[in-house]
Ligand binder design. Structure first.
Ligand SMILES: [Zn+2]
Length: 91
């Protein structure tokens, strides 16, 4: 269960986190920018960056979940967290 949070845009519009539709855009440098758009002012809000490694880990997590392999799922989740931290902290 994911917790629903309210996110306030700079324009003052309140969005519920479960209603936010995340979008992705591949940049020229190969990074995939994850963001969402405020429905009121259309401002883009940056969430995080992904790359091919973290995208691949997400795929592996989904596959492990589908096959019910909890150990593998946890292992990949740990790897994904480290990879995302590394990727996003240096930016
Ligand atoms: Zn806004």
């Amino acid at each position: 269960m994911e917790e629903i949070m309210k996110v306030e845009c700079t324009c003052g519009f309140l969005m519920e986190s479960d209603r936010i539709k995340l979008r992705e855009r591949r940049q020229k440098d190969g990074l995939i920018k994850v963001y969402y758009v405020c429905p009121k002012c259309k401002a883009e809000h940056h969430v995080c960056y992904h790359n091919s490694e973290t995208k691949n880990l997400q795929k592996l997590i989904r596959r492990a979940r589908n096959t019910g392999d909890r150990a593998k799922e946890e292992e990949y989740k740990g790897k994904l967290k480290i990879a995302l931290d590394k990727l996003n902290n240096r930016l």
